[in-house]
Design a protein around this ligand. Structure first.
Ligand code: HEM
Ligand code: 2DC
Length: 468
């Protein structure tokens, strides 16, 4: 017997009161921890309304499977009003991240071929490999300059540059120059704007941006400034490529995602610009923070670090210079990245508006409901991952146990468009780092995380990098 929707446990009757309680618990920064507490309190399904944000929350892999079966032909996730409001305010088009329905689907199908198709890896990998090589050369230089044969630092700024240089080289087919000694201040400004954009988004998940705009609230003004900086820099990069395409000299080397889309001529220029801007902005904090967490875990697990180094050395030797061949021989390193995203997912949740009635945990859920899979909470649920507190990349090698558990990039046709770029970029980064350096950590204190739309380290992660 399936129980009715209104019997789902949770706090959903008074959105305003819940928003107040949420704010008192510092919820804007702790969404992921609050979700864990809610699952502990209410069980594997609960309903919640905070401000105007009303959802049903689930945590089990089988329930995730039910959710994604009901996502329909045009999967729709939670609309981030702050992001759409900015575009409406500045009269800019939505890219694939914010589009819905047929407009989303027709754009996404074309972008898939140029961005996430496995065929593109042969084009992307050499570009990303070069950036990885330049990164280790830069670190060697920093170590030399320190005069101590090691470098102790918070790597996050370096990783932001690495990530932007990587996504830039794939999108534009040329280097932005972020790993040089003197970098373009506008590129640095772009990086700062992305961080500010994410940070100012989270309060606006619960308080409508239209209201904040009317009130002239600082958070809205900062958000507009951040996106202005992002679009300004992306426009300059796009214009630059657009101008070059009009010149006659052309070579047969891969020209990058943007030039390929322009030459393909299947999307309008405005649509291309909108999605390329989203790809550029989406490609910085996501991969860099995941890499930072991975280095942190490797520093805390020296034996595992050596095991990975050995795997990489074998893969390098066996693949004999074939880059894609090498990437097929590093299952444990891929497991490490999955393990990082399990404990430190970029996205606290995955969400869909379901397009048919379903039953989850024996409750009826009507079509149209926003259902969220608590990704952060699932990664730490001991009934889903035995000994969840332990960082164990080898758990991913037993693929028979992985049913609806590896969801860091989302699922299905609406999953992360940057997934292949991100995976390749992160794998190559770790390969080069492991081949060149040992990463260590001073004191073994647990670094907590904070929610600024994405999950970030709450305090700086200080690592010591030593040449091998
Ligand atoms: C969407 C995670 C890196 C661009 C998403 C989603 C997740 C995600 C969970 C939502 C998927 C869903 O709803 O099923 C990640 C993680 C990354 C990463 C964990 C790295 C560790 C990137 C990069 C780019 C990117 C490097 C750009 C190059 C996008 C875009 C979407 C998206 C454009 C929206 C796709 C759509 O709505 O059709 N990402 N992402 N992401 N991501 Fe990523
Ligand atoms: C944040 O409750 C928490 O990949 C909300 O590269 C629900 C929610 C909705 C959409 C999610 C967002 C969360 C986290 C950040 C995500 C975003 C969809 C895409 C975005 C997961 C879970 C991200 C980081 C994109 C961002 C691209 C953008 C900068 C142009």
């Amino acid at each position: 017997l399936v129980r009715p929707f209104h019997e789902i446990p949770g706090l959903w009757k008074n959105g305003a009161a819940n928003l107040y309680a949420f704010w008192k618990q510092d919820g804007f920064k702790n969404l992921h921890h609050i979700m864990v507490n809610n699952f502990n309190k209410f069980g594997p399904i609960y309903r919640e309304k905070i401000g105007y944000y009303d959802s049903v929350n689930i945590i089990k892999p089988v329930d995730a499977a039910t959710l994604f079966r009901a996502e329909g032909y045009y999967p729709k996730r939670l609309r981030v009003e702050a992001w759409t409001s900015y575009r409406d305010y500045r009269n800019r088009k939505y890219g694939v991240l914010l589009k819905d329905g047929e407009d989303w689907r027709s754009n996404r199908v074309i972008l898939n071929k140029e961005v996430i198709s496995p065929k593109m890896l042969g084009n992307f990998a050499p570009l990303l490999d070069e950036v990885g090589q330049d990164f280790v050369a830069r670190i060697h230089k920093k170590i030399e300059r320190s005069g101590q044969n090691k470098w102790t630092t918070d790597l996050s700024q370096e990783l932001f540059k690495y990530a932007l240089e990587s996504v830039g080289s794939v999108l534009y087919g040329e280097r932005l120059g972020l790993l040089l000694d003197y970098i373009d201040p506008e590129a640095q400004h772009f990086i700062d704007c992305i961080t500010l954009m994410f940070k100012t988004t989270s309060p606006m998940l619960y308080i409508p941006p239209a209201l904040l705009r009317t009130l002239g609230a600082k958070v809205w003004r900062d958000h507009v400034q951040a996106w202005d900086g992002i679009f300004g820099q992306a426009d300059r990069c796009i214009q630059n490529i657009y101008r070059k395409l009009k010149e006659p000299v052309q070579s047969d080397k891969y020209p990058g995602v943007l030039a390929s889309l322009l030459m393909l001529d299947k999307l309008s220029i405005e649509d291309i610009k909108a999605s390329v801007t989203e790809l550029m902005a989406g490609g910085v904090d996501t991969t860099s923070i995941t890499l930072l967490w991975t280095l942190y875990e490797l520093a805390r697990h020296p034996a595992l670090q050596e095991e990975l180094r050995a795997e990489v050395a074998t893969a390098r030797a066996q693949s004999q210079g074939d880059l894609l061949g090498m990437l097929k021989r590093i299952p444990l390193l891929k497991g490490a990245l999955k393990e990082t995203l399990r404990l430190h997912p970029v996205a606290v949740s995955l969400q869909r508006y379901i397009t048919e009635d379903i039953a989850i945990q024996n409750y009826h859920i009507p079509s149209g409901t926003l259902v969220q899979l608590g990704l952060f909470a699932m990664g730490r649920d001991p009934s889903v991952f035995p000994r969840p507190e332990q960082y164990q990349p080898s758990r991913w090698l037993r693929t028979e146990n992985n049913y609806f558990r590896s969801l860091g990039f989302g699922f299905g046709p609406r999953q992360c468009l940057g997934r292949r770029i991100a995976e390749t970029e992160m794998q190559l980064f770790l390969i080069h780092m492991l081949e060149n350096f040992r990463v260590e950590k001073q004191r073994h204190v647990e670094v907590r995380s904070t929610f600024q739309l994405i999950v970030l380290p709450e305090t700086p992660i200080i690592l010591t990098i030593k040449p091998l």
